[in-house]
Design a protein around this ligand. Structure first.
Ligand SMILES: [Zn+2]
Length: 540
């Protein structure tokens, strides 16, 4: 059977058939109908989004002998020659294989001769960023003084590699990723024409996998049709692409939240044992989490997550937030980079999931910190009240003074000076002195803790410690120091008791965790990156 690959068989032949680039198509049609042609065009965008196809349609439109409302007729000799790549007036070059200056020199020579059968001579240079510097220079000279009937269409996936001098002499069009919806619609039409049955979900899955590239979607489809001729089903696509269903990822995330390491390991083993590649599995998990992050940050659109998955995310938003998602994604990205060089990536994969399950989630951490803050606040208020009583007992104090001080206190209850505390607490060591000599006291405290629990003392050793009012802050510095932080928080009583034994002051201890605030969370580079990917694929 003579099988023609779908991308060739269904290549768009006019502007109406071009998928997902209406902004470009409209501009091109308008400029042609109003006779405002440029001599150089630059089509930039990811692979498989229609750059070369649009270049050929543009070439046809320029040379068609019988334009139909601004569109090529598709029937005249010129249209047919261009469609069959045999037109002498349309010269296609691949920058990747013709990197040399010779090819460009040849162009320079041939531009002098007028077109043979059409109005224009059109040069389409694909992957133009691959040209050598010398070739670019030669091309530039031609672009600077092109004959009237010559049009250059340069296509590239990497426009940033093209010299500014070339960019400034071309009219630039940025091609967008094709949305999943557009890809799904496109391939469903093709399957209908091919008389092949399909399941909607299967096409969705292909669209997702092709990541905005029609060409990729069609080559996946080619592959699937080659062994399942009359049906494109969800199961076949899933198996053929090695796609792991979102339900499995939800299950894993649930186990991570529950910190259920045993079940996690079993689940991970089950997945790797059933033949999924670790790369595919981890990459899929990352995509799933990125979509989840977008969803809970309010950026998601229906095509990214199914309703049941969205419901699940909604039900968990009080348990995990976007910071947790970003932390998990960061861990997974680290794994993706390092696992390539590992001899036993499956063991590392299990370790990764155990690590994820041990991460404290930031909602709990912020709750904890909030409680700590409230406690210190309560302590301060008590001191304040004591002082208040003392002031009332002082017969020399005037009533209006009391009132004004009272007012200040109600406005700023946290504003207590250290010497105020001194007046109400008579202890062996003054807090001022503690503050001044804190490093020495801290050594004694550490020694005492060391006698009680060496794990705690060694974790506290060399950490930044500061005293502020009646709060001692221990700054662990690094955010990924989750085990130490967890252990210290669990043993905070031992630390506080030791402090009391040495200082005879009840001082609260706060293990400092870097919690990103709302603003930082919104501006997190990872979120930005994911957002920009998202906008690229959705703006069309
Ligand atoms: Zn024509």
């Amino acid at each position: 059977m003579n099988y023609k690959v779908l991308s060739r068989k269904y290549r768009p032949q006019n502007f109406n058939e071009i998928i997902g680039q209406p902004h470009i198509v409209d501009t091109l049609i308008n400029s042609i109908s109003s006779n405002r042609l440029a001599h150089g065009y630059l089509f930039s965008g990811l692979r498989g989004v229609g750059k070369t196809t649009t270049a050929r349609v543009l070439a046809k439109t320029l040379n068609c002998l019988d334009l139909q409302g601004g569109q090529p007729c598709g029937k005249c000799q010129n249209c047919m020659d261009i469609a069959a790549s045999r037109s002498l007036d349309v010269i296609e070059l691949d920058g990747a294989s013709n990197r040399g200056i010779d090819e460009i020199r040849e162009i320079k020579e041939t531009v002098k001769y007028p077109p043979i059968s059409g109005k224009y001579k059109i040069y389409i240079i694909d992957e133009v960023h691959m040209l050598t510097k010398e070739a670019f220079n030669a091309l530039l000279k031609t672009l600077e003084e092109p004959p009237n009937n010559v049009v250059f269409i340069l296509a590239t996936t990497d426009s940033h590699k093209i010299p500014e001098t070339i960019l400034s002499r071309t009219l630039r069009f940025d091609f967008k990723k094709i949305t999943n919806k557009n890809i799904t619609r496109h391939i469903s039409k093709i399957l209908e024409k091919e008389n092949i049955n399909f399941e909607e979900l299967a096409l969705n899955m292909i669209a997702k996998k092709s990541d905005g590239s029609v060409r990729d979607a069609l080559s996946i489809l080619d592959r699937i049709i080659s062994y399942s001729r009359d049906l494109v089903s969800y199961d076949i696509v899933k198996e053929s692409l090695g796609i792991i269903e979102d339900e499995i990822y939800i299950n894993l995330l649930d186990l991570i939240i529950q910190s259920d390491q045993n079940s996690l390991i079993l689940k991970v083993k089950e997945i790797t044992d059933s033949g999924y590649s670790i790369e595919n599995f981890v990459g899929g998990f990352n995509t799933f989490l990125s979509n989840g992050l977008l969803f809970i940050s309010g950026y998601s659109k229906e095509e990214f997550l199914s309703e049941s998955v969205e419901n699940w995310f909604n039900s968990k938003k009080n348990i995990i937030n976007s910071i947790d998602f970003m932390r998990i994604i960061e861990e997974i990205q680290k794994f993706e980079i390092t696992s390539r060089n590992l001899l036993q990536p499956d063991i590392a994969l299990e370790a990764l999931f155990i690590k994820l399950s041990l991460m404290e989630n930031s909602i709990q951490i912020s709750d904890l910190l909030l409680k700590l803050d409230n406690q210190t606040f309560e302590d301060k208020s008590k001191i304040n009240q004591n002082k208040h009583v003392k002031q009332i007992n002082d017969s020399t104090l005037k009533a209006e003074d009391l009132n004004s001080k009272d007012k200040i206190k109600t406005v700023e209850p946290k504003n207590i000076e250290l010497d105020e505390i001194k007046t109400v607490e008579s202890k062996n060591i003054e807090l001022d002195e503690i503050k001044e000599q804190f490093n020495n006291y801290w050594k004694s405290i550490l020694n005492l803790i060391d006698e009680k629990d060496k794990r705690i003392s060694s974790s506290l050793h060399d950490q930044k410690v500061s005293i502020n009012n009646n709060l001692i802050e221990i700054d662990l510095g690094q955010t990924d120091n989750i085990y130490e932080q967890k252990m210290l928080n669990e043993n905070i009583d031992i630390i506080e008791n030791s402090i009391y034994e040495i200082l005879k002051h009840h001082l609260k201890v706060k293990i400092k965790v870097i919690i990103k605030n709302e603003e930082q969370e919104k501006n997190h580079p990872l979120l930005d990156e994911i957002k920009s990917k998202f906008t690229n694929s959705n703006n069309s």
